[in-house]
Design a protein around this ligand. Structure first.
Ligand code: MOS
Length: 695
């Protein structure tokens, strides 16, 4: 078994660390391509309407401008897949910032200048851009994202609430947020003998490959998508975006390679964002702190183009035991950019509401919030009645409480002071599904005892290729240095997105299978010696994953936070954040720690700073750059600690891993808000927790 081999579990730096810090790891538009032209997008200025006319004459007269694409001359796209990708196919404008033209020129400067000279005449009408709990167009879809039913009901929520001795009924709001990855959405595209090749900033080259083949009506073997290095994604690069389609179109039209990098400002309309949510949580408990009723109703928004429904309340289905339960999701299509996945979509905003409400219940019942959670630990999945493959939330809470000296906490709010600062501590639970998707992988051995392992994973800064190499070495039963790992190329074969915290489990399973098959073949057919011509095998995990026994598979954790709040200004500073997680086997403690630390830091950022403000009159995100969209910087993040339990779960995958990319951001905002309540006695139910909420 993998547990006995040496590579899995060993700490170590990323394989590509040296290339990264010396600038030798090219991003999508860094690839040197001879004769490249450059594209610049022109965006709509109305949120709803039509493009009446595009006057390209002045732009075309500009030095270096090669072409201007708009719906009047753009190449035809086959209408398959995401409507968002059918760029420049019609005059209809569905949101402000939608691409209405693209200028292609011999330099980025000329393209940008040309874009400023394109005259777009738009006919706009009044737009509907504001999410409200009472919006008349809200509806309940059949399913929410990731295929969950929109509604779940067990027992009778109203009866459970009526029978409860202690109740909470509160409404929480989370804002729109943008990913702000370091590398913008960007593509280098070229056509070669009828084949389309793109270097694309994506978490999902298999999905981009499929989309491009469909849109341009090409056989799969005529499309290649390369994403060897990706500068962050956070879900924003979880599927193809307009940039890759536009670059491919433009390259076809001008007959030379085209590079297209969206600007930071353009990303705010074109790269997805976390939908705002409004959530009502209702809880009811017995006099001794046993939950009788748990209700969670969530609303979110989508665009006029695509039905995107955030799975906000889904985590509430498995977090705590209670006989009476109800979760619902409703959505409204507004004249806004299409929301998308952003790190722990669903669990991140959903946990803010649920874990704040649990804290409110603890206050209302005068119970310790750690104890309350432990007392409501479900023995099996409380809605599906199936066993958990493993679940160590209680142990995470207990270890964290010990580390945080929770036993000596005075539960009364607003009693601890240090000069002008009010000090408080808070706790919240974390969770994220441990999903696994089918993947293919290749393994090859050469006669000189080298092993090449290939899988179309995307390393978006997580250390994916590093841990996959460790997994491969153990499955081959060879030392790490004999293994070469290649990722980020659709030519390798289909593999799932770097998303949903599924990468290590999904790609790693295929890598393990390919490597074990290769080892067996070398041993059985070649007496343990690799023949002169080498040996190669390809593995596919579709069947194993389909045939797995039924379990509820989730990772859990507990986050503890200490804040100080200025009694003069209302400013909130996080002093200390501790996360204790149980996420199966940890393949590489160095990269794992970074993932969890990064998630918690992003959660802290969301708690205190991040919000995308939409101007309701124009449908424009006015916080459209990093000067206005605030993310936590080093000074905001003084002390973040990460620990994990040694969790063994035989029901996951051959490596025994759960995902960790998203777990760390879940619950952080509630831990901060609960600490703010403890510090001040003020319950903040709207994120972010700006000082205006506390003075
Ligand atoms: Mo993540 S939002 O699943 O890339």
């Amino acid at each position: 078994m993998a547990q006995e081999r040496p590579s899995i579990g060993a700490a170590g730096p990323r394989v590509e660390a040296w290339d990264k810090v010396t600038g030798r790891a090219p991003y999508a538009v860094d690839h040197p391509v001879p004769g490249a032209a450059y594209a610049w997008v022109v965006q709509s200025t109305v949120a709803r309407g039509i493009v009446v006319d595009v006057d390209t004459s002045r732009a075309l007269a500009e030095d270096g401008v090669l072409a201007v694409l708009w719906h009047g001359n753009a190449p035809h796209l086959e209408p398959v897949g995401e409507p968002e990708l059918l760029v420049l196919q019609s005059p209809r404008v569905s949101y402000r910032g939608q691409v209405v033209a693209v200028v292609v020129a011999t330099s980025p400067e000329a393209a940008r200048a040309g874009a400023g000279l394109v005259r777009v005449r738009e006919d706009g009408t009044i737009a509907d851009t504001v999410l409200r709990m009472d919006h008349p167009a809200l509806y309940q879809p059949v399913q929410v994202n990731a295929g969950y039913p929109a509604r779940s009901a067990i027992g009778d929520l109203d009866a459970g609430l009526a029978a409860a001795a202690v109740r909470v009924d509160a409404t929480y709001r989370t804002p729109a947020e943008h990913h702000c990855a370091m590398e913008p959405h960007a593509t280098t595209a070229f056509w070669e003998r009828g084949c389309l090749v793109v270097f694309d900033a994506t978490q999902a080259s298999t999905a981009v490959h499929e989309s491009l083949a469909g849109l341009f009506e090409l056989p799969p073997q005529s499309v290649r998508v390369v994403n060897e290095h990706v500068g962050g994604g956070f879900g924003g690069k979880g599927g193809p975006r307009a940039n890759v389609v536009l670059a491919a179109m433009a390259a076809r039209l001008v007959g030379r390679p085209v590079k297209l990098a969206l600007t930071r400002q353009q990303l705010f309309a074109l790269a997805g964002y976390r939908t705002p949510t409004i959530q009502r949580v209702r809880l009811g408990a017995t006099p001794n702190g046993r939950l009788l009723a748990v209700g969670h109703d969530a609303v979110s928004q989508t665009s006029q183009l695509t039905e995107f429904v955030e799975q906000t309340a889904v985590l509430t289905r498995h977090m705590y035991a209670a006989p009476h339960r109800l979760t619902t999701h409703r959505v409204v299509a507004l004249d806004v950019p299409t929301p998308g996945w952003m790190r722990a979509p669903g669990e991140c905003p959903g946990s803010f509401a649920l874990e704040s409400a649990i804290d409110e219940l603890a206050v209302a019942g005068n119970w310790d919030p750690v104890r309350l959670r432990i007392d409501n630990e479900p023995p099996v999945h409380p809605e599906e009645q199936i066993p958990f493959s493993s679940r160590h939330l209680v142990q995470c809470l207990e270890l964290g409480a010990q580390r945080f000296d929770w036993a000596h906490r005075d539960p009364r709010p607003a009693v601890r002071r240090d000069g002008e600062w009010l000090i408080g501590t808070g706790v919240a639970a974390s969770t994220y599904p441990a999903l696994t998707w089918p993947s293919t992988a290749l393994a090859r051995a050469t006669a000189d005892q080298r092993f090449d392992v290939e899988v179309n994973a995307a390393d978006i800064g997580t250390g994916a290729r590093t841990v996959l190499r460790q997994i491969a070495a153990d499955a081959l039963d060879v030392p790490l240095h004999e293994v070469e790992i290649t990722v980020g190329d659709s030519a390798i074969g289909p593999a799932p997105v770097a998303g949903g915290s599924t990468g290590t489990a999904s790609w790693g399973w295929a890598v393990t299978k390919a490597c074990r098959m290769l080892r067996e073949q070398i041993d059985r057919e070649h007496g343990g010696r690799v023949p002169a011509g080498g040996v190669a095998v390809r593995a596919d995990t579709t069947l194993e994953i389909r045939d797995r026994p039924v379990f509820a598979r989730h990772a859990y954790g507990a986050q503890f936070c200490q804040v100080r709040v200025s009694s003069v200004t209302g400013e909130v500073r996080v002093d200390r954040l501790l996360g204790v997680f149980a996420a199966g086997r940890i393949v590489n403690p160095t990269t794992a720690r970074s993932q969890l630390l990064g998630g918690m830091t992003m959660g802290l950022s969301g708690a205190l700073l991040e919000q995308s403000v939409l101007d309701s009159r124009t449908g424009d995100f006015v916080t459209g750059d990093l000067a206005a969209y605030h993310v936590a910087v080093n000074a905001d993040v003084p002390r973040v600690e990460v620990e994990w339990l040694d969790e063994h779960d035989p029901h996951l995958n051959p490596m025994g891993v759960k995902g960790i990319g998203e777990l760390g951001i879940v619950g952080t905002a509630a831990a901060v808000a609960n600490a703010v309540y403890h510090a001040t006695g003020i319950r903040v139910r709207d994120l972010p927790i700006g000082l205006e909420r506390l003075i």
